[in-house]
Design a protein around this ligand. Structure first.
Ligand code: EPU
Length: 419
């Protein structure tokens, strides 16, 4: 069987402008959320990634008519039918779990395969289930491949999350918008994507207050109508290109960003010594070597995003001292470390912390174990001497719109091959 690989000959100096796309982690919740509407919905500014294609296809399995034209999705849910959702598609991405909350809100019942996604260590969904149960659902987890969730009636409840979870916060919102009475989610996630999904649901007529704080209040409504919504810019895609720019760019501008959303990264880049020029909705970055060492600890928003600890790591090889990266959200999210070692990097990981020393990288054959590990390997390959071959690139295409073409346009020596 053949597979596509990405090849990069490192050492080129990049320059130019990158257009940042809509946020993947908003899009993957908003697409399932469209099935709550009783009339036509248009979602604009979607990223062109395989996770979007898979979710649109899942809507089709419910007899929802869709038309995806580039970054715009038209959804007509007027002939929606409840159907069990197939395992293979559901398992190809994590965010398929949002079909649970949305279908529960719409039909009070769903049968769905268990979610897949990036292998970042244990990724339980116990808080999602706890929320559904609190709203009155019965959850049958007896099958090893699928789950049945059913409620006679959804009734608003007070739900205190044991840990801050983006997925659980959004999934509970999706079900609660159609519950009877008020739901209060305490210890809710404050990520911008949670706020964007709440804004979308509100545009359908939902009653949601205080999204973006740790206490979200939702008063259920009987009907949700159609709407048009623009997805917010992707802070992680923008952040990845900011790291690429700091590694390799004479000067690179990333546009269509919300500066506040990338601030935790901007602060770290400045601490490293990167030349960062922030504008109203874009940022210009110039490489300015050598860098200082920094320590990074990932935290929930507005802390440093776990999704950016892998892409920023190659920059730390350009530092003069030792840097530490600790992931408190996913302490096992360090599968990129072994691949970087294969490229000659002096890096080790133990108990949720990577220790990174100044290193010169060389090309190698490496494996993208997950989406952001793939992004990390791209940054590393752009810095390395010689050719790097990245395998398992399907993960990269799940989250980055036309990344190969974009980097080529910026001056990278990058191409794909079937092997
Ligand atoms: N957790 C539980 N139980 C739950 C839910 C979460 O123990 O029921 C734990 C997780 O294992 C983790 C922590 O709580 O240790 C936070 O997980 P969260 O639920 O916030 O993660 P998620 O919603 O599954 C989203 C993004 C991830 C991102 C995390 C953290 C989507 C589809 N995924 O995942 O994005 O890393 O939030 O910000 O929105 C990525 O884009 O590469 C990616 C993995």
């Amino acid at each position: 069987m053949t597979q596509e690989v990405i090849k990069i000959r490192g050492g080129q100096t990049l320059s130019g402008t990158v257009h940042n796309h809509g946020a993947k982690n908003s899009a993957v919740a908003i697409i399932p959320a469209t099935l709550l509407a009783e009339d036509k919905v248009t979602v604009e500014g979607l990223p062109q990634i395989s996770d979007v294609d898979t979710l649109v296809s899942l809507l089709g399995d419910l007899n929802i008519h869709t038309h995806l034209d580039g970054t715009t999705l038209d959804v007509d849910p007027t002939e929606i039918e409840n159907a069990p959702l197939p395992n293979n598609k559901v398992q190809s991405l994590r965010a398929s779990y949002y079909m649970m909350g949305a279908m529960l809100g719409r039909f009070k019942k769903c049968v769905i395969g268990l979610p897949g996604g990036c292998p970042l260590g244990p990724r339980p969904i116990d808080q999602h289930i706890k929320g559904f149960k609190a709203l009155g659902a019965v959850v049958d987890e007896s099958s090893e491949t699928s789950m049945k969730i059913e409620a006679d009636q959804l009734v608003g409840a007070n739900i205190f999350l044991d840990m801050v979870s983006v997925g659980a916060t959004i999934n509970i919102m999706l079900a609660a918008v159609r519950a009877k009475g008020q739901t209060v989610i305490e210890n809710a996630a404050k990520e911008p994507e949670v706020v964007d999904v709440a804004a979308f649901l509100s545009s359908l007529g939902a009653n949601i207050k205080d999204a973006g704080t740790s206490t979200i209040k939702i008063t259920g409504v009987e009907h949700l109508h159609g709407s048009r919504h623009q997805v917010i810019p992707d802070r992680i895609e923008a952040g990845t290109y900011m790291c690429i720019a700091a590694a390799c760019a004479e000067e690179m501008t990333i546009d269509h960003i919300i500066p506040k959303h990338v601030e935790p990264l901007t602060v770290k880049l400045k601490e490293l010594g990167v030349d960062v020029d922030m504008h109203e909705d874009s940022v210009t970055i110039r490489r300015q070597l050598p860098y200082d060492s920094v320590n990074i600890k990932t935290l929930v928003y507005p802390g440093f995003a776990t999704d950016l600890q892998q892409p920023i790591t190659p920059l730390l090889f350009l530092s003069e001292g030792i840097s530490l990266v600790t992931d408190t959200i996913y302490p096992a999210r360090f599968k990129h470390v072994e691949e970087l070692q294969n490229m000659g990097a002096d890096i080790s990981a133990d108990q949720g912390t990577a220790t990174i020393k100044p290193s010169t990288l060389h090309g190698a054959s490496v494996y993208a174990s997950d989406l952001r590990a793939g992004a990390c390997l791209i940054v590393a390959a752009l810095l390395a001497e010689g050719v790097t071959t990245i395998y398992n690139v399907k993960h990269i295409y799940r989250g980055y719109t036309q990344i190969v073409e974009t980097l080529k346009r910026l001056g990278a020596d990058i191409w794909t091959e079937e092997v």
